[in-house]
Design a protein around this ligand. Structure first.
Ligand code: GMT
Length: 377
């Protein structure tokens, strides 16, 4: 089967999920065509069956805003026609679902029918999508997709609450390659980061306000008073400078490292002892799942899809948003006792198996087959 995947090529969860999905499908014999404005960060090499088509938007002085959707929908039309594509799978509604719908309609004009699957990831619904500026267009694109999937039950509920949805939404959670980490094969060099055998607490995000990175630092501060710990802040985004200033003002800069955007998430998580994710909202929390597969217990906020990913008291703890004291207490509880910590680590890994890649992706494959049968005969 030949599938076009439209996604963001960046470090964000939706881009990661779309890329890992495409890479897995290529291994299973599918022909996958990524259409995006830059080669996705998790694609190292283009192999047989894996294609990348760049959307180029030439700048033109007349335009205050460059029309990316237009360029994207034209690119979709070209690729579908040239490679005889069977299906469009778009990740993140804005503007991908909208552009794909336009592409689909243009193709229809030329007698080509193509089904479209839209996967909702979270902020395209809860944060940006439901804003009055975008709501109508997002709702329209959702309702004109043949199939819509959401990465958690919580996101499905939010979508149905915020929009007038007429298409049935199927929950297909995010996934992880559990097998890859079974044997702990990632090189694990903890010594350089923690020369005095400190415990490592890690946070990974895009440092947007909803990630509440100052809560990470405040939680760490309390833990640091009790235990020998270090904090790794991985990622980049609008709150990073404020976070750095906060560390300085609290004289914590010796025990906190800002590592920036990284392609070495596995190498960092493999020696991490605890993962903190105090987000205001999280439709799934892929970063938490990535931590769990590395046997890293998670302390996070009790919001959105996080309770579907973290088993409270088993793979970590869920705490009320902003309750820094509770998060610090839970972190200390896990870390202060070596045997307890070991149990949480194993339990985190065990919990991650619920999201085993092969099992989860088979749901997408069923959807592709159904779409092909129903719409292409
Ligand atoms: O979390 C972000 O800010 C990035 C965003 C994205 O679209 O890349 O993440 C969303 O999609 C991820 C993949 O499905 C989910 O794991 C994240 O929870 C979700 N983020 C939010 O809902 C805030």
């Amino acid at each position: 089967m030949k599938i076009v995947i439209v996604c963001y090529p960046t470090f964000g969860g939706s881009g990661v999920v779309a890329t890992e999905l495409g890479l897995y499908l290529v291994k299973k014999g599918y022909e996958i065509h990524f259409i995006t404005y830059k080669q996705p960060v998790r694609i190292q090499n283009l192999t047989l069956g894996l294609h990348f088509h760049e959307v180029h938007v030439p700048t033109y002085d007349l335009f205050k805003y460059q029309p990316y959707e237009l360029a994207l929908s034209s690119k979709i039309v070209d690729v579908v026609k040239k490679y005889k594509i069977d299906m469009l799978h778009v990740h993140y509604a804005i503007p991908h679902a909208y552009a794909a719908y336009m592409g689909k309609k243009m193709l229809e004009d030329e007698g080509i029918q193509i089904p479209m699957i839209t996967t909702l990831h979270g902020t395209d619904i809860t944060l940006v999508g439901s804003h009055p500026f975008y709501k109508k267009a997002v709702q329209f694109s959702i309702n004109h997709s043949e199939y819509v999937t959401a990465v958690s039950q919580s996101l499905k509920n939010d979508t149905e609450r915020l929009f007038d949805v007429t298409t049935k939404i199927k929950v297909i959670p995010n996934f992880i390659d559990v097998e890859k980490f079974k044997l702990n094969t990632v090189p694990c060099e903890k010594g350089q980061i923690a020369p005095n055998n400190e415990l490592i607490i890690t946070h990974i995000s895009n440092f947007r306000p909803l990630k509440r990175v100052i809560d990470v630092l405040k939680t760490f501060k309390i833990v640091n008073e009790k235990l020998k710990v270090k904090l790794l802040m991985v990622g980049d985004g609008p709150e990073k400078e404020r976070a750095k200033r906060y560390c300085k003002s609290q004289q914590m800069d010796n025990s906190i490292l800002f590592l920036g955007k990284s392609n070495q998430i596995d190498e960092i998580l493999c020696f991490s002892d605890l993962f903190l994710l105090p987000s205001e909202q999280e439709s799934f929390g892929l970063a938490a799942l990535e931590a769990m597969v590395h046997r890293v217990p998670v302390v996070c906020s009790d919001v959105g899809g996080l309770p579907e990913v973290i088993d409270n008291g088993v793979s970590g703890f869920l705490c009320p948003v902003g309750d820094i004291k509770a998060m610090a207490d839970k972190a200390i509880h896990i870390l202060e006792d070596h045997d307890r910590h070991k149990d949480f680590k194993e339990q985190a890994y065990e919990s991650s198996k619920k999201f085993e890649m092969e099992k989860v992706i088979s749901n997408y494959e069923s959807l592709y087959r159904k779409a092909k049968q129903t719409y292409l005969g």
